[in-house]
Design a protein around this ligand. Structure first.
Ligand SMILES: C[S@@+](CC[C@H](N)C(=O)[O-])C[C@H]1O[C@@H](n2cnc3c(N)ncnc32)[C@H](O)[C@@H]1O
Length: 287
């Protein structure tokens, strides 16, 4: 299995299962960022828009509503299980101008040309981000804009970083190379540096690159127990525990005590809420 096959396998199996379990928190929390962007009506009626690494496809469906019946929203993801979930959601919602297909954004035909492309947290897990960005640009019409939402630096994202710090102090970190388990790829903060990301976009042929910061609190649990379970399953903390295998399992009671103390400061009357921060990154395919 290549490194890339390993990442695709992870998203289609263990990470898909975890995302499904915490879908109620993830979809609402991540949409806090895309709602801000999409409420600015980026996509006119009749436009065609590709949603890269679409996950459960809630952003694709929102774009489909935005572009109306004459437009189309197309979601793509490397994990067949996410695509099956998207198709069910679109059917249940009666949305007929959204479609989905399974593809590796780095190398597969993305079935363009599209007027625009969008990705909410879909690009940080690519093993070959340069190849993916080039492939996405080639799927755009001249003048088309690619808008990505990516996490800013980890220190500005306590919603997952606080748990990571806790777990790092208790569980030995096993690198991807030393583990025989599938893994998520580069990780949520791999696109947090504007210099690096703008360099990659430029090399991929994009022009007019812009970054806008957006901050929002995210609900990580309806109560403290759920926030602890969320932290131990997902994000860098969840990956450290999972890759540590038996040792990770053995140390879970200690981790739970530490997380309870750390996350209790984020408890509010309506759940556990912690700050998060993203870049809205825009880049244009030259006309
Ligand atoms: C953090 S999830 C984000 C999902 C969704 N956009 C959201 O905001 O809820 C990252 C997504 O990228 C997908 N992904 C990872 N590598 C990919 C690749 N090479 N090609 C296409 N999708 C990929 C994963 O399967 C996963 O659904």
């Amino acid at each position: 299995m290549s490194d890339n096959d390993i990442v695709i396998e992870a998203w289609n199996t263990v990470l898909f299962e975890k995302f499904l379990h915490f879908k109620h928190l993830l979809v609402a929390g991540l949409a806090g960022h895309s709602d801000e962007l999409l409420s600015r009506h980026l996509y006119p009626r009749g436009a065609s828009v590709l949603d890269v690494g679409c996950g459960f496809g809630d952003s694709t469906l929102r774009i489909a509503r935005e572009v109306g019946p004459q437009g189309r929203a197309v979601g793509t993801d490397c994990a067949a299980n996410f695509i099956a979930a998207c198709e069910q959601e679109a059917q249940a919602a009666g949305i007929t101008n959204a479609s989905f297909f399974c593809a590796d954004s780095q190398s597969d035909d993305l079935r363009g040309p599209y007027d625009h492309a969008f990705a909410r947290f879909g690009t940080m897990f690519f093993m070959m981000p340069g190849a993916a960005l080039r492939n996405i640009r080639r799927a755009l019409k001249p003048g088309g804009v690619f808008t990505q939402i990516v996490w800013r630096k980890r220190e500005e994202n306590p919603w997952i970083h606080e748990a990571e710090l806790c777990v790092r102090g208790i569980v030995p970190v096993v690198s991807h190379e030393d583990s025989n388990q599938v893994h998520c790829g580069p990780g949520p903060f791999s696109m947090s540096g504007p210099d690096m990301v703008s360099g990659m976009l430029k090399s991929a042929g994009f022009k007019g690159i812009g970054f806008e910061r957006f901050d929002a609190d995210i609900c990580i649990g309806r109560d403290l127990d759920e926030a602890i379970a969320f932290a131990m399953a997902l994000g860098p903390a969840g990956e450290i525990i999972r890759l540590a295998a038996e040792e990770g399992e053995r140390l879970k009671p200690q981790v739970i005590v530490a997380l309870r103390e750390t996350l209790s400061r984020y408890v509010r009357a309506d759940g556990v809420w912690a700050p998060s921060s993203t870049w809205f990154v825009t880049a244009k395919n030259p006309a």
